[in-house]
Design a binder for this molecule. Structure first.
Ligand code: KIV
Length: 273
């Protein structure tokens, strides 16, 4: 039986076994109970309560305004729905970069208050002390390299990262530092596919790509992008599996027409005394 088929509950070990067995890992975001339940039931291996909730749920331009309380609220909603998937929660901007003690306290709050299974942090060598301190408390850590949206004001654009050799070498070095520190997996966001392949081959822990091509150990997308709810975001790497925005608008317009024409509610949809 495949590792995927045998895993009644996905753990960080399951992901490592999947890499060893050459089985691809699936990961999607979720921010609320109802959609998280569907994602888990569909058999996704890792559910990420991403700080992309800032854009998708709250309509903010960046992920920077997200707070620990916001992330814990979303993670609590998702946690109630999850039965099989490994639940990873993003540590928001400003809750781990200050010092390792602050990072540990933030991670402990996430784990205690949301009952998530792991945390994810953006960055390489510059945050390794925070990662090590979190790991000493027994909290699994997922890394995130390449395009790191919390640093948008440093980079200025959301364009592809590490196209030149110097940045590519730094990314490979960072990936090795994260692996040595004890991260159980690393997200690689928006980097050339050749670089993602190099990193994946150089590491024994799984890499999960988003806009990083096919030669990684797994893929992650933002759920609302995959479902076609967020239609104003169309990067090259995105495959939309539905056009839910259109279906939802059609359904809501039909509802309005039915109310206005007195078609809804009809006799079967009404109670009698
Ligand atoms: O916040 C998020 O949704 C993420 C994914 C894009 C990996 O970090």
């Amino acid at each position: 039986m495949s590792v995927y088929g045998a895993a009644r509950k996905v753990t960080t070990n399951t992901l490592q076994e999947m890499k060893r067995a050459g089985e691809k890992i699936t990961m999607l975001t979720a921010y609320d109970y109802s959609l998280a339940k569907l994602v888990d039931k569909a058999g996704v291996d890792v559910i990420l309560v991403g700080d992309s909730a800032s854009n998708v749920m709250a309509g903010q331009v960046t992920t920077v305004p997200m707070t620990l309380d916001h992330m814990i609220y979303h993670a609590q909603c998702v946690q109630r729905a999850v039965d099989r998937a490994l639940l990873v929660v993003d540590m928001p901007f400003g809750t781990y970069q200050g010092n390792s003690r602050q990072a540990l306290e933030s991670a402990i709050r996430i784990m205690k208050e949301s009952e998530g299974h792991a945390v994810k942090l953006e960055g390489g060598a510059e945050i390794v002390e925070s990662i090590q301190r979190i790991l000493t408390a027994g909290i699994p850590v997922m890394g995130h390299l390449g395009l790191t949206p919390q640093s948008i004001y440093k980079f200025g654009t959301y364009s592809v990262r590490a196209k030149d050799e110097e940045e590519a070498e730094k990314l490979i070095a960072d990936a090795k530092i994260l692996e040595e520190a004890g991260c159980f997996a690393i997200v690689l966001e928006k980097i050339p596919k050749e670089l993602a392949q190099r990193v994946t081959q150089a590491l024994s822990i799984p890499t999960i790509g988003i806009g990083a091509g096919p030669d990684v150990d797994g893929q992650v997308l933002v759920l609302h992008d995959l479902l076609g709810i967020t239609m104003d975001f169309s990067p090259r790497f995105l495959r939309r599996y539905l056009n839910l925005a259109e279906s939802i608008e059609t359904a809501i317009k039909q509802y309005c027409d039915d109310v206005r024409s007195n078609d809804f509610p009809n006799a079967e949809e009404s109670y009698s005394s």
